[in-house]
Design a protein around this ligand. Sequence first.
Ligand code: HEC
Ligand code: HEC
Ligand code: HEC
Length: 142
Amino acid sequence: MIWSGLFEHWSKRRSCAIRTGVITVGLVAGMALSGAYAQVSQPVFPSARGEQCVEPVDVMRRDHFEFLKHQRDKTVHEGIRTPRHSLAGCIDCHADKDAQGRFVPVNAKGQFCQSCHVYAAVKIDCFSCHAARPSERVSQSP
Ligand code: HEC
Ligand code: HEC
Ligand code: HEC
């Protein structure tokens, strides 16, 4: 009784302060949480081979699909094949290898193209026709 009475008295006087306190705690917790989420949900992908990309990295982040589409149109409509923005080239540098040393498709979970596109909610159909890993010779020997 004493305690609840005390609490009532205290809470009436302090309710405003308490509410502020709760909100502050909530905000801090929320900020910590969203910070943690931001870390968890950042796309993480294996690093590329080669010295550098075909364009500066910030340009590639922003415009890689423009290069790809342009390259596709050049090849498919005009028959012009240049290596610079070729899709096969992207795969050559950006496909990772598994523990057995075999290439992993770039559209597999956690891989280069896939992880970023999941993050950005982008869907591409390119790999229904194009190989998602570099061509490699498969040894027939055990
Ligand atoms: C229906 C099958 C199909 C789909 C889907 C497709 N392509 Fe292609 N693509 C082709 C064919 C066929 C060629 C011509 C190959 C050649 O002549 O070298 C080509 C060529 C290309 C080229 C030029 C060659 C190279 O390796 O650079 C690029 C770039 C390209 N496609 C990008 C894309 C992208 C990006 C997507 C997804 C948005 C895509 N393609 C989806 C069939 C397809
Ligand atoms: C000669 C090898 C090579 C080729 C070919 C290549 N890349 Fe890269 N790419 C790199 C390197 C190296 C980086 C720097 C980041 C790293 O080390 O992983 C990079 C970075 C990128 C990034 C930015 C990644 C990030 O960290 O945000 C994108 C997007 C990208 N490349 C897309 C492509 C696409 C699409 C193609 C084909 C048109 C392509 N790359 C061709 C080597 C290559
Ligand atoms: C650094 C993150 C990142 C990486 C890595 C990445 N992409 Fe993308 N990609 C995006 C984003 C973001 C978009 C959507 C951009 C927009 O719509 O403005 C996109 C869009 C595209 C599109 C256009 C889709 C459409 O609907 O028009 C193609 C094609 C594409 N990416 C191909 C690739 C390929 C192939 C790879 C791997 C070689 C790759 N991307 C790797 C972030 C990435």
